[in-house]
Design a protein around this ligand. Structure first.
Ligand SMILES: C[S@@+](CC[C@H](N)C(=O)[O-])C[C@H]1O[C@@H](n2cnc3c(N)ncnc32)[C@H](O)[C@@H]1O
Length: 295
C-alpha cells in the first residue's frame, strides 16, 4: 500500500495483493461525508477501521485506490448509502442494559396496557434499533405482562439509518448465540426454531412481529411521525455524534416525547442542553418528561 495512512497493523503491507492506495485526504473525504449524512463523527484514530471496512467495496467495484472510490461516491448515491452502512457500528443484544427492561416491566407496561385497553394508542420508539434486538426485547417485556398486546393499539416503531439492519430486524431471525438472553419460555412461545448445517436459528413469530414496525430512518432527517411517543429508547448511538450534534438531537427527541413519557439512553450517554431541565431521573440512564412543561 503506497502513501499509507491506515495503521500498518491492520492494513495490508506495502504492495501486497489486494491492498489499495489510501491517503489522509481519502479518510477525510469519507469521514466528512459520513458526518454530513449521519452525524457520525470519526476520530483520526478510526482511519484503520475505515480502510478495513471500505477496502471490500473498492475491491468489489474493481477500483484500484481509495481516491478512485472517493470519486465514485461523489457520483453514485447508492454507493454512498452502502459506504454509510459499512461504517455504522451495530453492536446490540437482547435485553442489553437490562435495568431498562426491568423498569419497563415493573413501572410502565401495566399503565401503558391499561391505557391501550381504554383505546388510547400507545407508541414506543426504538430510535437506533440496529438488527432488532432492542425492539424485540421491548415487545417481549410487554408480552410478559400482557400476552394479548398484539390485539391492542400498542406499536413499537423500530428505526435505524442502516437499511440492512432494518431488514434483519424485520426478518427477525437470530442464531443460538444471539437469543441466549431470551428466557426459554418466551423463546419457545414467540420464536420458531429451525435447524440447518450451521446450527439452530430462531425466527420471530407473526404474533410478536405484529407489535413492531421496522423502518429505515436517519435521525438527522425529517421525522415523518406525527404523534408523540410514550417511551423512547435512544441508546448507544449518541456516542457517535459530536457534542453539538447531540444537543440538537436530544432537543428533538424530548420534543417528540409525550408529557409523562420516558426516555432511556445508553450507559455512557448524558442528555445535554436546555431540554435536560424538562426531564426527571427515574433510574439508571432513564428519565421522565415532566408533565406540563413546554419543550
Ligand atoms: C451500537 S448500535 C445501538 C443499538 C441499540 N440501540 C442498542 O443499544 O443495543 C448503534 C446504531 O445506531 C445507528 N445509527 C447511527 N447513526 C444513525 C443515524 N444518524 N440515524 C439513525 N440511526 C443511526 C447505527 O446504524 C447502529 O445500528
Amino acid at each position: 500500500m503506497s502513501n499509507s495512512f491506515a495503521a500498518a497493523a491492520s492494513a495490508p503491507p506495502h504492495g501486497s495483493a489486494g491492498s489499495f492506495d489510501y491517503t489522509k485526504d481519502d479518510f477525510l473525504l469519507i469521514s466528512n461525508l459520513l458526518r454530513e449524512e449521519t452525524g457520525i463523527h470519526l476520530q483520526d484514530s478510526k482511519s484503520t477501521l475505515v480502510y478495513s471496512r471500505i477496502a471490500k467495496r473498492v475491491r468489489a467495484l474493481g477500483l484500484s485506490s481509495f481516491g478512485a472510490y472517493c470519486e465514485h461516491i461523489s457520483r453514485d448515491n447508492a454507493e454512498r448509502q452502502i459506504m454509510i452502512e459499512a461504517l455504522t457500528t451495530n453492536t446490540t443484544n437482547f435485553f442489553r442494559e437490562n435495568h431498562h427492561f426491568e423498569y419497563l416491566h415493573k413501572e410502565l407496561v401495566g399503565t401503558l396496557v391499561e391505557a391501550a385497553r381504554k383505546r388510547r394508542p400507545v407508541r414506543i420508539w426504538s430510535s437506533a434499533s440496529s438488527s432488532g434486538q432492542e425492539p424485540y426485547s421491548i415487545a417481549l417485556t410487554i408480552l410478559g405482562v400482557a400476552p394479548d398486546a398484539p390485539k391492542l393499539d400498542i406499536r413499537i416503531l423500530a428505526t435505524d439509518v442502516n437499511s440492512q439492519m432494518v431488514a434483519r430486524g424485520a426478518a427477525g431471525t437470530y442464531d443460538e448465540e444471539e437469543v441466549r438472553e431470551i428466557p426459554a419460555a418466551q423463546l419457545s412461545r414467540y420464536f420458531t426454531k429451525s435447524t440447518s448445517e450451521s446450527g439452530h436459528r430462531y425466527t420471530a413469530t407473526h404474533e410478536i412481529k405484529k407489535l413492531i414496525s421496522f423502518q429505515q430512518l436517519n435521525l438527522f432527517e425529517n421525522w415523518p411521525m406525527r404523534r408523540r411517543f410514550d417511551v423512547i429508547f435512544c441508546r448507544n448511538v449518541m456516542i457517535y455524534f459530536s457534542a453539538e450534534t447531540q444537543m440538537g438531537l436530544w432537543q428533538r427527541l424530548v420534543e417528540k416525547l409525550d408529557y409523562g413519557g420516558c426516555l432511556f439512553i445508553g450507559h455512557s450517554e448524558r442528555v445535554t442542553g436546555e431540554c435536560a431541565a424538562h426531564l426527571d431521573p427515574i433510574g439508571i440512564t432513564a428519565y421522565r418528561k415532566r408533565v406540563g412543561q413546554r419543550s
